[in-house]
Design a protein around this ligand. Structure first.
Ligand code: AHR
Length: 323
């Protein structure tokens, strides 16, 4: 099995660092990586996995942390272009505003690969996009809630991701699709928690206060696990039991959400693999060394986990992978 196949195993995080045969097609290549920041456990894992995979492949990875600011990402991309890197990876913080800088990369003949978030703009500005089906993630979360509450009346509060980011837009849409046609389920409040634990907690505190101390809330849907973990704390501080008084469903499958499941405080999560780099480097290798254009969209898996799926084992399997 080659390194890319090992890395492409969706949920196969355990195999991530265990590959034996290494491809050398990207040995010595210089790749710039404009990362959003470190807003969540998932983001930290993606950074750590990307650095580890690049090191295994002999890539000289130039890493730039944008601290959540698009202007920093644009500056970093321009810096990579000036350095004449062989390729650029970018995890775009928001979906719009990329045309100018990506056109500059294209004119410099530097292939760009989008990681984990999409952009609005011409598809010829990037070689490929490696990301999950974010609408599906939201839909899976919504369908899980429909199946769990049955006919019961259920008021849902929603913690959205970063305003203008593709996962916030798509996960909202997908969840609404998932609960569509079920009049007993309605989203009564929805606000951004910016994908962070602290804002997730703060916004949930506001929801609880506004909804009779939480008595009027049946479930919280968070666009990522970190916000869910923040919400869990807020629910406990309000004297209620997360996981039973208020159901908790979110996305990412980070170790902390499995720890919350073990404690009975979280009910479901949809996995987002932090290994976007494996498929991205595989596509880049084929392109640079064989001239093969990859699929425009490389879609990673979205698997639902609940307390029935060995949360302690999932926690153990993930901890130590950079989350
Ligand atoms: O783009 C992926 C999302 O970004 C993750 O779900 C979230 O945790 C991160 O901040």
């Amino acid at each position: 099995m080659n390194v890319y196949k090992t890395l492409a195993l969706g949920a196969g995080l355990a195999g991530l660092l265990l590959s034996t045969a290494y491809a050398d097609g990207l040995q010595g290549k210089v790749v710039g990586f404009s990362q959003i920041g470190s807003e969540s456990g998932w983001r930290a894992a993606e950074t750590s996995v990307t650095k580890s995979v690049a090191a295994d492949l002999g890539i000289d990875l130039k890493f730039a942390d944008a601290q959540q600011k698009q202007e920093n990402q644009i500056k970093a991309i321009r810096g990579f272009i000036a350095q004449g890197v062989d390729a650029i990876l970018v995890a775009p913080v928001v979906a719009t505003g990329w045309e100018e800088v990506l056109t500059e990369a294209k004119e410099a003949n530097i292939p760009v690969i989008l990681l984990d978030r999409g952009i609005e703009g011409p598809e010829d500005l990037y070689l490929t996009s490696v990301a999950s089906d974010q609408v599906k993630e939201g839909r899976v979360a919504g369908e899980w809630l429909v199946g769990t509450v049955g006919d019961k009346q259920c008021n849902v509060v929603e913690l959205q991701g970063t305003v203008g980011s593709s996962p916030a837009i798509n996960r909202k849409k997908g969840f609404e699709e998932g609960i569509a046609g079920h009049a007993n389920l309605s989203i009564i409040r929805s606000q951004t928690g910016d994908f962070t634990r602290s804002k997730g907690k703060e916004v949930m505190e506001g929801f609880l206060k506004a909804e009779d101390g939480g008595k009027n809330i049946c479930a919280v849907y968070a666009h990522n696990d970190d916000m869910a973990v923040g919400a869990i704390q807020a629910i406990k501080d309000a004297g209620l039991k997360p996981g039973s008084d208020i159901l908790v469903v979110s996305i990412d499958a980070v170790p902390d959400i499995f720890a919350a499941m073990v404690a009975g405080e979280a009910n479901a999560t949809v996995e987002l693999t932090p290994n976007m780099a494996g498929p991205a480097f595989q596509a880049l290798d084929a392109y640079l060394n064989g001239g093969t254009a990859p699929e425009k969209f490389i879609i990673t898996e979205s698997k639902l986990y609940t307390p029935a799926d060995d949360p302690q084992g999932e926690y153990d399997r993930r901890k130590g992978l950079g989350y």
